[in-house]
Design a protein around this ligand. Sequence first.
Ligand code: PMP
Length: 387
Amino acid sequence: MSSKRYLITPGPTPIPPVVAAAAATPMQHHRSPEFRALLLETLDRLKQVFATENDLVLFTGSGTAAMESSVANLLSPGDRVVVASAGNFGQRWVKLVRAYGIEPVLVEQPWGERLDAARIAGAASEAETAAVVVTHSETSTGVVHDVEAIAAAVAPTGAILVVDAVSSLGGVELATDAWGVDVVVSGSQKALMSPPGLAFASVSERAWGRAGRSTLPRYYLDWRLAADSQVKGDTAFTPAVSIVVALRTALDLILARGPASVWEHNRLLARATRAGVKGLGLELFSPDDDSAAMVTALLMPDGIDGQECYTVLRDRHGIVLAGGHGPLRGRIMRIGHMGYMNEFDIVTALAGLEMALGELGHTPPVPGGGVAAATALFAAQPVPVDG
Ligand code: PMP
């Protein structure tokens, strides 16, 4: 068994050493002038990554806390909510909305398909609809849904559009204001290359209007409580101070590089991953195009259990990829290529997959074919050095 670990998952993702070092600096008090300044700077930088001038609230909690905050702040009993789902994280919205006593109108598609903007808008226009809820990067399938098209289609219905960008924000384009997305929720541990533990929601004027009228119960996740404190650099409760410090450093790295350059980097890693998967003689489950920039999902060959492959990779080789959720458990494996990753993460994932599959009795057609295809692509389209 290997004690060295290679984290090549769709989250949490590896964090740059300077971000880890920032998290390890001496604890500071959250009601100090230094921390207030730091929080305000962090929120300001986050807004740049969200491409928004809307208010942005931060919670200590994982991404799901920000998802839950949207439900609790926007809705009232009896509201009509359209949830579009084609994967595990779409289903999370369904469960969340039900947990608050509302039965959502479902626009479902098979896991792995793209959400259909016209169907979503059709469902939202059938009756007065409070909110439409969608996922941007469906981490369970590798599909990045077309939020720009969904936002354009939903706009005429007047419903508030809520987007789960937990595994997309910072990694692919999400033009919150330009596309007219009312609420975007995300978390610290994926493309933002920070430790898990912070959640964010951007809130448009229209969304604030609805939040002011909504009657579902909320306390810790109350947007108003959070925003009123955070505008002054305060927080309503003790925040995860060390993660804020780390995130501030990570955001500086992202903004210094430029978001568009980060997106291009992810697209390149994804392209090489797809080439490598095919070079291994395996089939892609996620789309075979540049839209699938965050996660590549591949189908297991017949007779090989993805969970077993996952375990062999992790326990024998120290390589942590991700398996499948729900109906895809055992059938697919997922390679994350977001955040602090570079070409050697991809090469390691492909080499490890070949070895683990071999140990499970499946020999790829060409020895080293996955790595060869990926490195050929990197040679033709080099990844910028400080990726
Ligand atoms: N939505 C998506 C698209 C995700 O990928 C995840 C995390 N895998 C979540 C929501 C949930 O985030 P968390 O685990 O941080 O609560």
